[in-house]
Each structure stands twice: as structure tokens, then as C-alpha cells.
Write a protein that binds this ligand. Structure first.
Ligand SMILES: Nc1ncnc2c1ncn2[C@@H]1O[C@H](COP(=O)(O)OP(=O)(O)OP(=O)(O)O)[C@@H](O)[C@H]1O
Ligand SMILES: [Mg+2]
Length: 237
């Protein structure tokens, strides 16, 4: 696995005001990898994603996106390096239609083309059916698909997805799993935070487990079975 990593985090620390939440996170993700960040509630997974985007308070350490150091950059500059963040709260504009939501995001200056509306509808047939529906009228699953689709429109090739399967019906969770597989086939790099171990386990190439604002364990998909006892201990899965 040579070449420049899509994401390289070294000794990342982050604070919310006085509260020190990340205590030296290390994580390296190669282009095209699907990586899952596991951990108990409050372990610091969302904070890691927010810190990558420059959305916490102070941060320290190193976060390189495709080799570019971003630790001193503001969020809008970080986003323009081709990073797409899908937060837990999704951020769908409720007064706009599904399609209007899709037309909103700016296209990044990375030179990489975002997905066209046609490509989006081919990947998410539900959204095509619902294109004229108002944001508030979409189901939770449709809103989640829309939130991811909107990021794909920007041309971002490195995706940070926070608990996309949370609270959704099994049939939607299956559709999201197929989406991750399609994104991998298309060459996207995916870092996903998941509580739903059964969803994440068959999708990820590698796993990181966080505890108390640090990486407690990392391993590849081929080691998953051997790591189950320690995962049980760390996560109670
Ligand atoms: N805005 C904030 N201000 C102060 N502390 C925060 C803030 N957001 C999170 N924290 C704290 O930071 C720590 C890590 O929280 P984080 O949201 O990163 O956890 P998580 O792993 O995503 O877990 P979960 O999503 O299950 O809550 C927790 O102790 C949490 O209370
Ligand atoms: Mg979280």
C-alpha cells in the first residue's frame, strides 16, 4: 500500500472549549479503502470526524488530506480538498424539495466531477421517485440517502459518514450497504462511524476502535474473527 494516503491523521488532539476530547488519534486511510470507526457512546468518533473537518474548538497534531496538511486550515478550505462530511443530523433543507436539495451543493475545485443528477437517481431510485417531495415529507431513510447523495454531487471522493444506518428500517440499512459497496467499486474512500456492527462488519476493509478519545485497536477484515473476543470486551457486540 504505497502512495499518498487519502487521509493521514497523526497524534490528533481536539477540544470543545476547555474540554479535551481527543487525546492523540492516529489513523491512515489509503485511497479506495472502506474503514469503520467503532466505539462505545462518547468514545470520540463524531469528534474525530468533526476535528478532521475543523469543526471542533482547538486542534493539535496533523491531519493530511491527500498529502496536504490541514491542521491550520478553516473548514471551508478543508472541504475544498475533496472531503465530504455527512453528520448524524443530516442537514436536509426541509422547505426545499428532494431535487432542490440535490441542486444546492457547490461543486468542488478539486477537478473531480461530482455525480450528475442522473447518476444519483440511478444509484438511489427512491430519490428519483420522491424528487418533488418536500424535505420534511421524506422518510428517515430517504433523508439519509439524500444527505449522502448531496455530498456525492460535490465531487468529494473521501467521505466521512457518521452513523448513517442509525434508527433506520432493515430494508433501508440493506440499501445503504449496497450503496457503500457501489461507492467502493467506483473508487471512493469511505470512513464510517458505526454503532451497528452487523452493518459495518461485512463492508469494511479495516476497523479502528476508539476508547476515551484514542484509537484502542485496529485490524484488517481478515482478522475480524480472531478479534471478536476483544471487540466484545471493548464494545459489547
Ligand atoms: N459540543 C460538545 N461540547 C463539549 N463536549 C462534547 C461536545 N460534543 C461531544 N462532547 C464530548 O466529547 C466526548 C466524545 O463525544 P463524541 O460525540 O465524539 O462521541 P461518539 O463516539 O461519537 O459517541 P456517540 O455518538 O455515541 O455519542 C464525550 O465525552 C462527549 O460528551
Ligand atoms: Mg457520535
Amino acid at each position: 500500500m504505497a502512495g499518498t494516503p487519502a487521509l493521514e491523521i497523526r497524534n490528533l488532539e481536539a477540544w470543545y472549549g476547555e474540554s479535551h476530547v481527543l487525546h492523540g488519534v492516529d489513523m491512515v486511510v489509503q485511497p479506495g479503502e472502506v474503514v469503520t470507526l467503532l466505539g462505545r457512546n462518547g468514545a470520540g468518533r463524531t469528534s474525530t470526524m468533526r476535528a478532521i473537518m475543523g469543526l471542533t474548538g482547538a486542534r493539535k497534531g496533523s491531519v493530511k488530506i491527500h498529502g496536504v496538511e490541514t491542521i491550520h486550515l478553516p473548514t471551508h478550505r478543508i472541504a475544498h480538498l475533496g472531503l465530504g462530511y455527512c453528520p448524524e443530523e443530516r442537514g436536509i433543507f426541509s422547505s426545499l424539495s428532494c431535487e432542490e436539495n440535490l441542486m444546492l451543493p457547490p461543486v468542488l475545485k478539486t477537478g473531480s466531477q461530482g455525480m450528475s443528477i442522473d447518476e444519483i437517481y440511478a444509484m438511489f431510485p427512491n430519490l428519483a421517485e420522491r424528487k418533488n417531495s418536500q424535505g420534511t415529507r421524506l422518510s428517515g431513510g430517504e433523508q439519509q440517502m439524500l444527505a449522502v447523495a448531496r455530498i456525492l454531487r460535490t465531487g468529494a471522493k473521501l467521505l466521512l459518514l457518521d452513523e448513517i444506518s442509525e434508527g433506520l428500517a432493515p430494508v433501508i440499512v440493506q440499501a445503504l450497504a449496497r450503496m457503500i459497496i457501489t461507492l467502493r467499486e467506483k473508487g471512493y474512500t469511505v470512513v464510517m462511524v458505526e454503532q451497528n456492527f452487523r452493518f459495518a462488519a461485512p463492508l469494511a476493509d479495516r476497523f479502528y476502535v476508539m476508547e476515551h478519545g484514542q484509537i484502542a485497536l485496529q485490524f484488517g477484515a481478515d482478522e475480524l474473527e480472531a478479534k471478536m473476543p476483544v471487540l466484545n470486551q471493548l464494545l459489547g457486540v
